[in-house]
Design a protein. Structure first.
Lengths: 381, 310
C-alpha cells in the first residue's frame, strides 16, 4: 500500500469525500500539511474546521478567502522550505451571492434575485447548493493557478452522488423546466408537459395557494436571465472534477457501516469515471495479539507481574474488548480492500488523543505518508 | 434497568438531533425501545434520504409503511415523494383530479423544483403520525413519535421549514398548514428534542451550537443532551505506573494488555476533558450512554442502551 504523496503524484486537486463523523476535516488538513511539508503550495478548503485546530494554525478569522498559515508555526514541520500551507472556510451563501452577481445581466437583475424572499430563505437548502458552492470555489482557485495542490474537505454526505450531481441538479433547478410552465402555462413547455396542463396548474394552485404560487413564479423568473452563463460555468466545473489533475480520496471509519459506504462511494466514482486515489481509514484498532487472549490465563500472568488481582483483571478484560474491535476492524478492512480491486487503502490507527493541533496532524502524517510496513511497525511496534 | 420512564418520553413527539456520526440513529431506536418497554406505543421515523439511512432500518426493510419491530414499537422511513402523494390524496377528494395530477409531469417538476417542499411534507407526515385521529387508512394511534432527524446543518434547516413556509406563503393552505406544524414543533408540552453528542472536540462544539439554534432560532425545547459512547473508567489514577511497567513486559500478551490499557486510560482522560467542556457549554440536562463493545451497532446494541438511558 503506497503513501499519500505517492497517490497524489501529479494531481492538482484532491477531493476528500465521506460521510459525517469519520475525521474527514482532520484528514484533509493532515494531507494538506503533509504535502506542504514536501515543498508544495497547498490550500485546504474546509466546510467547518475544528475551532481548536483552526486556532492552533493561527486562523481565528478563517473566511471565504484563502489565508496563509504563519510559516513560523510550520517551520519545524516543513522538510522543504518552499512549501506553503493556506486554508479557507467555505461560505456557501456568500459564494452563491457572488455567482448570482457574476451571471446577472445587470445590477437590477442581480438585486431581484438577492432580494427575493424565497432566495434569501432557502438558497442554502436548495438541493446541491452546498456541494456546488464548494466545487465552484475550488474551480475559481484552480483557475487562478496560485497553488500547486488544492485539498477539498467536502460537505458530509452518505452519498457521493450528492456531490457529483450537484452541478447538474443546481443547473436543472435554475433552468427550471417547471418555471417555464409557471411563467407561460400555454407555451411550448406546457405542450411538452402534456395535455391538461392548465387544469393541473389550477389544481396545484388550489393545493398550494395562489399567493405562494405567484411568489415561486417570481423566484424562477428572477433567475431566468442567468441560465446560460450558469449552465456554461457548471459544465466547466463538472469537467474539472473528471479531469486527470483531479482525484478523489475517500475517508471512512473501520466499522461496518462506514466501510459499506466507502465501497459504495468507490463504485459510484468508478461508474462516473472519476479518478480514484484511495481510501483513508481512520481510527483503526490495529491488532496487538495474534490470537484472542484467555481471560483467566492472561489475568494470572498479569497478576504475577503486578501483584494486584483487581487491576490485572481490568487490564485483561480491556485487552479482550480491544481485541474484539481490532478483529472486526481487520475483517472490515479486508472486505474493503477486496472490493477496491487493488486501489490503495491507508490505515490510520486510533490515536490516544484527539487531533487538534499541528503536532496531532504531524502524528497522523507519520502514517499517511509512510509505507505499509512502516505503518504496521509504528502502530503495533 | 433504570426504573421509571425518562420525562421526555412522556411527550408526544421527540426529535433526535446531532452531528453526523455521533450515533443519533442508534439513540433514536434505543429511546423507542425504552418507551415501548415502558408501555408507550411508539413509532420511530427515519427521514428517508441518501444521507440518513441507518443500518437497523435497512436490515428490518423499513419503508414508507408502518412496520412493527417489537411489541409496541413501530418504525417508518418517510420518503418525501410518498409523503407528497399521501398529502395530495388527503387534500383532493375527487379521484379524477388526483389521477390527473399524479400523471402530469407538471406535478413532478413542481415537487422537484420547489425548495423546501420535501422537508415540509416530511414534517407534515410526522405531524400526521402524531395525531390520535388519523385520516390515513388503517392509521394506528401512537403515544409517542420519535424522529431520527437529519444531521446538523441539514437538521436545522429541516426543523425550520414550517416557519420558513409560514413566512413565505402569507395566505392559503400551505401557509395555514405550515403554521400548524410550527405550532406543534414549538409546543414544549407536546414536543421535545434530544441532542446526541460524543466526548470529542467537534461534536461538543456542534452540540452547543445546535442547542442554541434549536432554542433561539426554532423555538424548541431541548430536553436532554445525551453524551454517547463514554468508555468505562477502568483504571485508577495511581495505576498508571504499574500499567507502564506492563507495557515493557517480556510476555507479548501482557505487553499488549499494558499498551491497550495505556491507550484506554488516555482516551478516558481525553473524554473526561471533553465532557467537562460540554457541561460548561450547554444548558439542558445531560445524560450519558456507555460505549458499546460490540462489533456492530445493531438492534441488540440499541436494546443494551435502552435499558440504561435516563
Amino acid at each position: 500500500m503506497p503513501s499519500v504523496d505517492e497517490i497524489l503524484e501529479g494531481r492538482e486537486i484532491c477531493i476528500c469525500a465521506g460521510s459525517g463523523g469519520v475525521g474527514k476535516t482532520t484528514t484533509s488538513a493532515a494531507i494538506a500539511l503533509g504535502m506542504a511539508a514536501r515543498g508544495l503550495k497547498v490550500c485546504v478548503l474546509t466546510i467547518d474546521p475544528a475551532k481548536r485546530l483552526a486556532d492552533s494554525l493561527g486562523l481565528e478569522e478563517l473566511g471565504n478567502e484563502a489565508t496563509r498559515v504563519n510559516p513560523e508555526l510550520l517551520s519545524d514541520h516543513l522538510d522543504n522550505g518552499d512549501g506553503e500551507l493556506w486554508a479557507m472556510m467555505l461560505d456557501a451563501k456568500e459564494t452563491f451571492d457572488a455567482l448570482v452577481a457574476r451571471h446577472a445581466e445587470d445590477a437590477e437583475a442581480r438585486d431581484r434575485v438577492l432580494n427575493n424572499r424565497i432566495y434569501q430563505q432557502i438558497s442554502n437548502a436548495l438541493a446541491g447548493s452546498q456541494e456546488y458552492m464548494a466545487m465552484e470555489k475550488l474551480f475559481e482557485l484552480h483557475s487562478e493557478g496560485r497553488f500547486d495542490l488544492l485539498v477539498l474537505d467536502t460537505p458530509p454526505s452518505r452519498n457521493v452522488l450528492d456531490f457529483l450531481d450537484a452541478p447538474k441538479r443546481l443547473t436543472q433547478f435554475i433552468e427550471g423546466r417547471s418555471l417555464q410552465i409557471f411563467i407561460r402555462p400555454s407555451g411550448f413547455a406546457a405542450r411538452v408537459a402534456g395535455r391538461g396542463t392548465g387544469v393541473v396548474l389550477t389544481i396545484l394552485k388550489r393545493i398550494v395557494g395562489f399567493d405562494l404560487f405567484a411568489d415561486l413564479s417570481e423566484f424562477f423568473n428572477a433567475f431566468s436571465g442567468m441560465v446560460d452563463g450558469f449552465r456554461e460555468r457548471a459544465h466547466r466545473v463538472s469537467s474539472l472534477l473528471a479531469d486527470e489533475q483531479t482525484c478523489f480520496v475517500v475517508v471512512c471509519g473501520p466499522q461496518g457501516e462506514p466501510v459499506d459506504e466507502a465501497v459504495y462511494f468507490h463504485s459510484k466514482l468508478m461508474e462516473n469515471e472519476m479518478n480514484f486515489a484511495g481510501v483513508v481509514v481512520n481510527r483503526v484498532r490495529y491488532r496487538l495479539v495474534s490470537k484472542k487472549p484467555k481471560l483467566k490465563d492472561l489475568t494470572a500472568r498479569i497478576e504475577a507481574e503486578l501483584g494486584d488481582h483487581e487491576l490485572a483483571d481490568q487490564v485483561a478484560r480491556n485487552l479482550i474488548e480491544y481485541d474484539a474491535l481490532a478483529v472486526r476492524d481487520a475483517a472490515n478492512i479486508d472486505r474493503l480492500t477486496e472490493s477496491l480491486d487493488n486501489d490503495p487503502v491507508i490505515r490510520v490507527p486510533y490515536l490516544d488523543t484527539d487531533v487538534h493541533d499541528i503536532e496531532g496532524l504531524t502524528e497522523i502524517n507519520r502514517y499517511l505518508f509512510a509505507s505499509e510496513q512502516d505503518r504496521n511497525r509504528l502502530a503495533t511496534g | 434497568m433504570n426504573w421509571g420512564i425518562p420525562d421526555f418520553l412522556q411527550k408526544k413527539l421527540l426529535f433526535v438531533t446531532g452531528k453526523g456520526g455521533v450515533g443519533k440513529s442508534t439513540v433514536a431506536i434505543a429511546l423507542g425501545i425504552r418507551a415501548a418497554l415502558e408501555g408507550r406505543r411508539t413509532i420511530v421515523c427515519e427521514v428517508a434520504s441518501s444521507e440518513n439511512a441507518s443500518r437497523i432500518f435497512h436490515q428490518a426493510a423499513v419503508g414508507f409503511k408502518e412496520v412493527e419491530l417489537a411489541n409496541d414499537l413501530w418504525a417508518i422511513s418517510i420518503d418525501p415523494e410518498d409523503a407528497m402523494k399521501e398529502y395530495v390524496l388527503l387534500q383532493l377528494k375527487v379521484r379524477a383530479m388526483r389521477d390527473l395530477l399524479f400523471r402530469s409531469r407538471v406535478f413532478t417538476y413542481f415537487a422537484a423544483a420547489t425548495p423546501g417542499l420535501n422537508e415540509l411534507v416530511t414534517i407534515g407526515k410526522i405531524w400526521e403520525l402524531a395525531q390520535l385521529d388519523r385520516k390515513v387508512k388503517h392509521g394506528r394511534k401512537y403515544d409517542l413519535v420519535i424522529v431520527d432527524a437529519p444531521a446538523t446543518g441539514h437538521g436545522i434547516s429541516f426543523l425550520q421549514t414550517p416557519r420558513t413556509f409560514a413566512r413565505i406563503a402569507r395566505v392559503g393552505p400551505v401557509h395555514s398548514q405550515a403554521e400548524q406544524l410550527e405550532a406543534m414543533v414549538t409546543d414544549p408540552a407536546q414536543t421535545g428534542s434530544i441532542v446526541v453528542s460524543l466526548p470529542e472536540e467537534m461534536p461538543v462544539n456542534e452540540t452547543a451550537r445546535l442547542e442554541h439554534e434549536l432554542v433561539d432560532d426554532i423555538g424548541m425545547t431541548v430536553d436532554r443532551v445525551i453524551m454517547n459512547a463514554l468508555y468505562p473508567d477502568r483504571f485508577p489514577a495511581d495505576a498508571t505506573r504499574a500499567i507502564d511497567r506492563l507495557a515493557a513486559s517480556d510476555d507479548p500478551e501482557v505487553r499488549a494488555g499494558g499498551r491497550a490499557a495505556l491507550s484506554q486510560a488516555r482516551r478516558v482522560a481525553a473524554q473526561t476533558e471533553q465532557f467537562e467542556r460540554l457541561k460548561k457549554m450547554v444548558s439542558a440536562p445531560i445524560s450519558t450512554l456507555p460505549f458499546v463493545f460490540r462489533p456492530e451497532i445493531d438492534l441488540h446494541a440499541a436494546r443494551q442502551l435502552a435499558e440504561v438511558v435516563e
